[in-house]
Design a binder for this molecule. Structure first.
Ligand code: OXD
Ligand code: MN
Length: 591
């Protein structure tokens, strides 16, 4: 006789520590109901159906965009709010000059008052999640509590969320506590607090991705960078891409660029037709956790399971993979709409926007139709170039690390650091034009070391020391490069075509890693000979390539002086080795 299989234990009873925390939050926030997220497809569909019913999600044209939906944010809540983001450590110096700081007790007291009764008549969602493959020793778990079904839906796409994550938490007995409420979306009552010493996050008053999907920037970068230092690894704002060359060798590269500088495009790069025989595999497009391996190499995992990418500019030419990927099962935020309910954004060669991102009739006098920071949320497995290594518990070994920024002038197309310590200085000196991913003025140059200025959960001086220490443990460290795809001529025209053509630069790096390519001493580091960049099939004048690889020594001397002044604010805590590297760089430029 068949016996009925026992019913699975309710999630609310699976892990006492989580249940007790949920209970205490319930008592404080007073929701109408509590929903534990299992992580099933049916549950996702249920959340979508609820949001559509409530008018918060719009179903997009099912013939052209099956199972795609549009969410419109509050117009005052469309980007990360760095001035309202805090790292709350017991000692202010541990947060460093790179972070806003509040005393943890004061911050908790302030947040408790905001959260009191904040979820009345709302549903409280409990989302246990795992950052990284569920069976990876490098993965770390958390639980987000939120009163936003939109946030819950995003978390279910962006992380490995649900019962399996909760089971891991029960086994490990540790998790990051992330409490979120959209509150009244009042910018005056909006704070994103991090408590690295307690592995806790409190976020109130915003529903925007980077402020509200707590597994992403808050956990996988700010809290994880703190954990990583204690445990001997690195949590970085980097894409991870695998490149198979014509010899059949696959090299993995990790690259740090500031927000909205093309990480997703580089991670999904399409090789140009004139460079046949290359294949590209995306492991991640935004965050990398890096571990020194027993073999002396540096290994990388992507802690995320989905992409939260910038939509404008995405088309068949710039990123065919992304363009294909977001044609189904995608959640769009703040794009425009055509008359037949297709999503529309700047950079699409066809279609006409009828309704702008705020839901108003489109009027070009009011600015772009889609918000410049409009986003897609989509499962990483929808990417045609998704790497089979995405779920490898040990990750992939890195051949190279790339730092890059958006610089009109100064930085050449590519150069290589002399060694790891010089590479740390190159990363620490990064600067870039600001973008729409964060509130504030767009296009101004700002310091963004390792693209971590908004995301490092502790004092940058300690972070750079940690980078130097990790490097010292590697017998085969990745080579470190710097790139600039955004150099312009005096008329403001881009000198380099970018996108898929960037493979030509990556190919040189790979040849360097394999010991097959020469480099010349360019005084700021090692540069390719112009012949080292394969330009076959590209209409690029030889003098343009020379301009792209030129080093303007007086400008670099000024840059170095600015870097010295910038690093100076870290005072005594700054590792001597970094200052020594700065002196070496100055001496090379003085020759
Ligand atoms: C992002 C960001 O959303 O960096 O990835 O702002
Ligand atoms: Mn990012």
């Amino acid at each position: 006789m068949a016996t009925a299989s026992p019913l699975p234990m309710p999630m609310s009873q699976l892990c006492r520590a989580v249940t007790e925390w949920v209970e205490s939050v319930r008592a404080l926030t007073q929701p109408a109901e509590v929903q534990w997220c299992e992580g099933s497809a049916a549950e996702r569909d249920g959340l979508i159906a609820r949001l559509v019913r409530e008018g918060q999600l719009l179903r997009l044209n099912p013939r052209h965009f099956p199972n795609c939906h549009l969410y419109r944010s509050d117009p005052g809540d469309v980007a990360r709010v760095e001035h309202l983001t805090y790292v709350c450590t017991r000692s202010k110096a541990d947060a460093g000059p790179n972070n806003n700081w509040l005393d943890p007790q004061a911050a908790h007291a302030k947040m408790r008052e905001l959260f009191r009764g904040a979820m009345r008549s709302r549903t409280l969602y409990v989302i246990p999640y795992c950052m990284g493959p569920l069976d990876s020793p490098f993965a770390r778990c958390g639980v987000e509590i939120t009163d936003s079904a939109y946030v819950a839906l995003n978390m279910l796409i962006m992380t490995r969320a649900g019962r399996a994550a909760l089971e891991r938490i029960e086994r490990e007995r540790t998790f990051v506590r992330g409490l979120h409420s959209v509150g009244e979306l009042d910018p005056e009552r909006r704070f994103i607090m991090h408590y690295p010493e307690e592995l806790a996050i409190e976020s109130f008053g915003s529903g925007y991705g980077g402020n509200a999907l707590l597994g992403k920037k808050c956990h996988a970068l700010r809290i994880a960078s703190w954990q990583a230092r204690a445990e001997g690894w690195l949590a970085e704002h980097m894409l991870i891409v695998g490149l198979r060359n014509r010899r059949g060798e696959t090299h993995y590269l990790a690259a740090a660029f500031p927000s909205a500088c093309g990480k997703t495009n580089l991670a999904m790069l399409i090789p140009p037709d004139s460079l046949p025989g290359w294949e590209v595999f995306t492991v991640g497009d935004d965050i990398a956790w890096l571990h020194p391996g027993a073999d002396g190499r540096l290994w990388a995992i992507n802690p995320e399971a989905g992409y939260f990418g910038v939509v404008p500019g995405t088309n068949r030419r710039t990123n065919r993979n992304a363009f294909e990927m977001i044609r189904r099962d995608t959640l769009f935020t703040n794009v425009a709409l055509t008359a037949d309910a297709q999503p529309w954004w700047e950079g699409l060669p066809a279609g006409t926007p009828q309704t702008d991102w705020r839901g108003r009739p489109y009027d070009p006098a009011r600015g772009p139709a889609a918000h410049p920071n409009s986003r897609f949320t989509v499962d990483a497995r929808r990417n045609p170039a998704c790497s089979p290594q995405l779920n490898d518990p040990h990750g992939v070994p890195l051949s190279a690390i790339i730092f890059g920024g958006r610089r009109r002038e100064l930085a050449p197309l590519v150069y290589e650091a002399r060694d790891w310590a010089h590479g740390v200085l190159v990363g620490a000196s990064m600067a870039s034009q600001s973008t729409a991913a964060a509130t504030g003025e767009v296009g101004v140059i700002r310091r963004d070391p390792m693209a971590m200025q908004p995301f490092c959960g502790y004092n940058f001086a300690d972070y750079w020391r940690h980078w130097l220490e990790v490097g010292a443990r590697l017998r085969q460290p990745p080579r470190i490069f710097h790139v600039n795809w955004f150099r312009q001529d005096s008329q403001g025209r881009f000198l380099w075509p970018g996108f898929g053509e960037n493979l030509r630069v990556l190919a040189w790096m790979i040849e360097r890693c394999a010991g097959r390519a020469d480099a010349r001493d360019g005084r700021i580091g090692l540069l390719p000979h112009p012949a080292g960049i394969d330009t076959r099939g590209l209409s690029l004048e030889p003098e343009t390539l020379r301009a792209l690889l030129a080093v303007d020594v007086p400008l670099w001397r000024q840059e170095l002086a600015e870097t010295r002044a910038y690093l100076g604010q870290y005072g005594e805590r700054l590792p001597q080795e970094l200052l020594h590297e700065l002196d070496r760089s100055a001496a090379a430029l003085a020759r």
